[in-house]
Structure formats: structure tokens, C-alpha cells
Design a protein around this ligand. Structure first.
Ligand SMILES: [Ca+2]
Ligand SMILES: [Ca+2]
Length: 234
């Protein structure tokens, strides 16, 4: 009896689609036998720097699959083949946000036909962020660190009658949901309302550009008028 481990490494492809206030980023990782590795999925849809949209939630969906096949080169005996896949998902430098773990096994009578094929295709995970502001930096870009290890193990009796190969695939889909933001330039602290806090900011910025609301490059009485006219909730 002998055990042969096999790891699968994955490489990255990416596609992005946009529709209305929902942006979908899709991609896949696939590869053949090799050492376990880590990959980065970059979230590039946090483009709210213009202040026109508010990110409501982010939905991350992953599907992992493993294909493994062993072929005997001799006859006689029994072949036990099992395959397992582990994948961890990290966002930025944070803790694990999702894990997948699945396995399958089969027994082959090494007489006729001496082939074993395994498919892992049901390992799915979804993570929904309802407070996307926690995904700091939520304005800008971020990455998901994907660590995926696929392991094929073959036990053969008698030994030295096996040839094998394997491949793996992880597909992912990131959905960003936005709402338009009503412009509120007098809300200098971004609190969602124009109030005494914004007034204090404006007064402390007097004769500088920091409290300029009318675009003349400095802060003065005109800007105070604009602020007072916008007093209240945005
Ligand atoms: Ca405010
Ligand atoms: Ca001004």
C-alpha cells in the first residue's frame, strides 16, 4: 500500500460587467498539478471617489471544483482514490471571511477498466457584507487573498500501478450594490446633515480654501450664506 499526494495550483482570469447601480466582477482560477499557492482577487469597484454613489453591500460568491483522474498502468489489486479541496478567503489583512472544505473518494477494482475519475463540484460559499464601510478602505481598491489547496491521494495495492493527474478551478463573483448620493457640499464633515459642526469647520477655515463652497478659492461671507441656506438634513 502506498500513498501519493498531489497538489493543484491555480491561475487567475478576470472579467467585470456593469448594469445600473449594480456592478458585478467575475473571475476564475484554474490550473493543473503543482504546489499549493495563494492568489489575489482585486476588488476594483470601490470607485466612489467622486462622491456620487454610496456602496450599500458587497456580496462575495465563490465556487470551487476539482477534477482528478487516476489511471492504472498494470492489472490486479485495488485502488483507493480520494480527493479533497481546502480554500480560505481573506479580505485585505483581516481574518478569514469564508472557508471551503470538500472531499470525495472512490474504489477501483484494478481489473477492467482501470480508471478512476473524481469530480468535486459542489463546494460553494457566499459572504454578504451589509456594512461595506467596514471593508476599509472602502473607497479605493482592495484585494481578497485566496489560498486554495487541492489534494489528491491514491492508495494502491499492489504498488506502482498508478498514473494520475488533476486540475482545479475556483470561480468567484463579486456584486457591488450602489445607491446614488444627493450632492450636499455644505456637509463639510460628511455627517449627512448641515449643522453647527459644519459651521465650525467653515469658520475655522475663514480666508482659506478649506471651507470654500462657491468655488472662488477662499472661504468668506458668501460661503457662510451657502451653508446657512443648506441648513438641515442633506
Ligand atoms: Ca455635517
Ligand atoms: Ca468662497
Amino acid at each position: 500500500m502506498r500513498t501519493r499526494p498531489l497538489a493543484v495550483t491555480l491561475s487567475l482570469t478576470l472579467a467585470v460587467a456593469s448594469s445600473g447601480d449594480t456592478i458585478v466582477q467575475e473571475g476564475g482560477l484554474s490550473g493543473s498539478a503543482g504546489p499549493p499557492t495563494e492568489h489575489l482577487i482585486e476588488l476594483d469597484r470601490f470607485d466612489t471617489l467622486d462622491g456620487t454613489r454610496q456602496l450599500n453591500f458587497v456580496l462575495l460568491e465563490f465556487t470551487t471544483a476539482l477534477f482528478a483522474e487516476s489511471v492504472t498502468t498494470g492489472k490486479g489489486g485495488i485502488v483507493e482514490a480520494s480527493a479533497a479541496l481546502w480554500a480560505d478567503y481573506f479580505l485585505f489583512d483581516g481574518p478569514i471571511i469564508a472557508e471551503t472544505d470538500t472531499s470525495i473518494s472512490t474504489t477501483v477494482d484494478n481489473s477492467e477498466p482501470p480508471v478512476a475519475t473524481l469530480y468535486l463540484d459542489t463546494d460553494e460559499v457566499a459572504v454578504e457584507y451589509t456594512s461595506p464601510r467596514d471593508l476599509a478602505p472602502w473607497i479605493g481598491t482592495g484585494t481578497i487573498l485566496l489560498s486554495a489547496t487541492a489534494q489528491l491521494t491514491v492508495e494502491e495495492s499492489p504498488p506502482d500501478v498508478i498514473e494520475w493527474f488533476a486540475g482545479g478551478e475556483v470561480t468567484y463573483r463579486v456584486t457591488y450594490d450602489f445607491d446614488p448620493v444627493v450632492p450636499c457640499p455644505a456637509d463639510l464633515d460628511g455627517s449627512g446633515a448641515v449643522d453647527s459642526a459644519d459651521l465650525a469647520i467653515l469658520l475655522s477655515a475663514w480666508k482659506t480654501a478649506d471651507g470654500d463652497l462657491d468655488g472662488d478659492g477662499t472661504t468668506g461671507a458668501e460661503d457662510l450664506t451657502v451653508l446657512l441656506a443648506a441648513w438641515g438634513d442633506c
